[in-house]
Design a binder for this molecule. Structure first.
Ligand SMILES: CC(C)(COP(=O)(O)OP(=O)(O)OC[C@H]1O[C@@H](n2cnc3c(N)ncnc32)[C@H](O)[C@@H]1OP(=O)(O)O)[C@@H](O)C(=O)NCCC(=O)NCCS
Length: 371
């Protein structure tokens, strides 16, 4: 009998020097650095350099990278026209998936650094696509691109039309660092599978965005806010959870395929969520979240994952719920592109097998009028 690893659980699909998820001890490593060492100490831009080049940048390297990213922020006018033509009710993840795919139509990169240049362009533009769509669907103007703001500050500036506070920027920057890469997760795997056919970088990232969108992956952070809104108040948490257990429903932001102990990203986001909700005088959300996390840990032995607290962080920053997963995508583009570059540097087509469970061979085709 063939042994099927459903969901490819436990299968090592490739080797990578970019990041490692040590699920048994709750450790996440980016190129030799524990995420706890990086979070709060390095910027998202420094993290991008680490993922793309395997080392943290010196000041000159950082300047070169940030200048390259900032120079690539503008969108082709055709993509702005596309964003204007999109129904206002469209999902932002669908818009960035199509927007990144469209970027491929305007790609002129050539030469040995072409894929690196594409990685820079996609990383620089994906947040602009999301933010401009958000402005347009509200009937608002498009703030001009600025080159004096960090990636995190620029995104907040574009969605709100005004420069963010230092604190809001720092919060989003740490969230970006925490989400930037995560081993062979589903969306990274799909990006690698796509480019391993020698398709192209834009197709790979488009596949990844489509994969991240689902509620079992990046879409869980939106699900967390919907859950908190549905429950309404802390006193209703126990009864609501019992109902979900009876229905065998999945609780969003809880559980993980690889982490069997606490997701190391969760405590950073939890601390930020506590601080922000405190400042806003709205501790209700975090209290409900803590209550849910405690019940899930005690009754189901399942821990909160990265999406559980990031939802409250983004909510407290005033980011609309349907931009939570796009924020994840913006940050994970750093990791996806790093994996695409690594895949192409030592490529082999992914082609797993399947266990056939259909009828035994031997059926005879009857003419169509006799079926
Ligand atoms: C992340 C996730 C998809 C991992 O899935 P998986 O490794 O395939 O794990 P399974 O779905 O097989 O779950 C194993 C068991 O734990 C339970 N479980 C896992 N996550 C759960 C959750 N969020 N809520 C309730 N029960 C959960 C399952 O019901 C199953 O129980 P059973 O063995 O009694 O049937 C899953 O935990 C999940 O759906 N979580 C919610 C979505 C989410 O937050 N995704 C973001 C991940 S970063």
């Amino acid at each position: 009998m063939t042994l099927v690893a459903k969901g490819l659980e436990g299968i090592v699909a490739n080797s990578t020097s970019i990041s490692d998820v040590r699920g048994d001890i709750g450790q996440l490593i980016y190129a030799g650095y524990d995420i706890n060492e990086l979070a709060g100490k390095v910027s998202f831009e420094e993290t991008i350099h680490l993922l793309w080049h395997g080392e943290l940048p010196n000041p000159e390297q950082l300047h070169k990278l940030t200048s390259a990213l900032r120079a690539e922020r503008s969108l082709p006018p055709e993509i702005i026209d596309f964003l204007k033509s999109v129904p206002r009710t469209a999902g932002p993840m669908d818009v960035i998936r199509t927007g990144v795919s469209m970027l491929g139509l305007f790609d002129h990169a050539t030469g040995e650094h072409a894929n690196y240049e594409r990685a820079v362009a996609i990383t620089a533009k994906i947040g602009v696509i999301a933010a401009y769509f958000h402005r347009l669907r509200q009937g608002k103007d498009l703030p001009p691109i600025r080159t004096d703001l960090s990636e995190a500050a620029h995104f907040l500036y574009l969605i709100n039309g005004e420069e963010p506070t230092k604190e809001a920027t720092a919060t989003l920057d740490v969230a970006y660092v925490l989400h930037a890469d995560h081993g062979m997760n589903a969306s990274t795997f799909s990006a690698r599978v796509t480019v391993a056919t020698l398709s192209d970088m834009f197709s790979g990232i488009t596949s990844a965005i489509g994969t991240l969108k689902g509620p079992l992956h990046g879409g869980a952070n939106e699900g967390v806010i919907h859950m908190l809104q549905e429950i309404g108040s802390e006193d209703k948490v126990d009864a609501w959870l019992e109902e979900q257990f009876a229905k065998k429903a999945k609780i969003m932001g809880i559980g993980h395929r690889v982490y069997k102990v606490l997701d190391p990203r969760a405590p950073h986001l939890r601390d930020m969520a506590i601080k922000l909700t405190d400042q806003l005088g709205e501790p209700k959300w975090i209290r409900m979240s803590e209550h849910i996390a405690t019940v899930m840990r005690e009754k189901k032995h399942l821990n909160a994952n990265v999406d559980f607290y990031s939802a409250t962080v983004y909510y407290s920053l005033g980011v609309p719920t349907d931009l939570f997963t796009p924020i994840f995508a913006i940050s994970r583009t750093a990791g996806w592109t790093a994996h695409v570059l690594e895949q192409l540097a030592d490529n082999r087509l992914y082609r797993p097998l399947s266990e056939y469970t259909g009828p035994e061979v031997g059926k005879v085709v009857k003419p169509i009028d006799q079926r």
